[in-house]
Design a protein around this ligand. Sequence first.
Ligand code: MN
Ligand code: MN
Length: 458
Amino acid sequence: MKTVWEKYPEEARQPIFDLADDYKAFITAAKTEREQVAEAIKLAETKGYKPLEKYKKLKAGDKVYVNNRGKSLCLFAIGKQPLEKGLNILGAHVDSPRLDIKQVPLYEDGASGLAFLDTHYYGGIKKYQWVTQPLSLHGVVAKKDGTLVQVCVGEDENDPVVGISDILIHLAAEQMKKPAATAIEGEDLNILVGSIPLKAEGEEKDLVKKNVLAILKEKYGIEEDDFLSAELEAVPAGKARDYGLDRSMVFAYGQDDKICAYTSLRAILEIKKPERTSCCILVDKEEVGSQGNSGMQSRFFENAIAEMIAKTTDYNDLLLRRALHNSRMLSSDVSAAYEPNFPAVFELKNSAFMGKGIVFNKYTGARGKSGCNDANAEFLGKLRKVMDENKVMFQTAELGRVDAGGGGTIAYILANLDMDVIDAGIAVQNMHSCYEVSSKADIYEAVQAYTAFLKDMD
Ligand code: MN
Ligand code: MN
């Protein structure tokens, strides 16, 4: 068989399209790490998951989640074996490249009388892709009185959208000579948010900006100073869509890595009473290096395991270390799908293709595997056995030709904790652009792969 489509004949494909519909709805409703965590908790609670603090003691079959600051989440389906025997872990990240609103963002351009929000981009982007796109604003504003105001504007079809302009081609003679990296500069990613001046009471300045502030005050009860303690993100506005005349693909913002997050979540939510404890980690800050208290380098994950051990037996540190040592992980992140329009950056034998199933990357990294987690051959051997026994279609790949570029994931961070980890994931096109493309067949097959791993990896 060449593709997953051939594995499932036409009459067996409805579950593939149904799952894709669920996925599109999920990533349309949850475009930021905070929204991902909130939606994942909602879904998990319908399947019987409860916060760890609700349990006095844990036993096999219990469903537990640990919410880390609303930005990262760990889910656990407690197994029959003690935790020190190790967990089967699926990990994916829920942050995606975007434009963050600066702490002092709002200004009015004097010459034009237009009001803007200044941004600082987050993660690796080709800046030229982010201009002339409809953008929405998502996030929270933490007021001094302790209230957290939720902001989401630009997603409802009756909402306005905002955006960043580009110069017309007629006046772009100089711009078009620049390398793509500098044709649009990071400091010029300013979002246009208003053009109507407030009614002047004398010699007032910045009336358009003041009008925007008045709207924010009325709609959200926030003042200009409240931007200081806000996390607002501009992301592409609109819904995830079917792609291709045959509707075989999904076109959506943020599939890196919400496509692996959602499929991992779907897999663990169907696990009932596993042998080994199942775990799903949905984590923030991967796109900027995984640091900070919501990133994978934070100790929140180890702490969560420690808390769980304390709720199953008399805690001691050795039990935690054994639990980590005996764990296995699929670090699930998107892989670069072979691009027929750009064949030069791929090496065919070791490329990932859309529609050919979940991708295992033994290593990622750049410039001679630098920064990679190089999964152990023995672990890969066991993984192949689990996949084959469960008739799961998989492929192996590198991230492009040697020295074409490269990238990293959270894999090495968990491997540093002394467990076996391999990079796994779904192939996407247009990675890190406003709209990434994936195959519905791969989404479906990824859930089968994750389910097989949770049940049968030992
Ligand atoms: Mn990623
Ligand atoms: Mn990425």
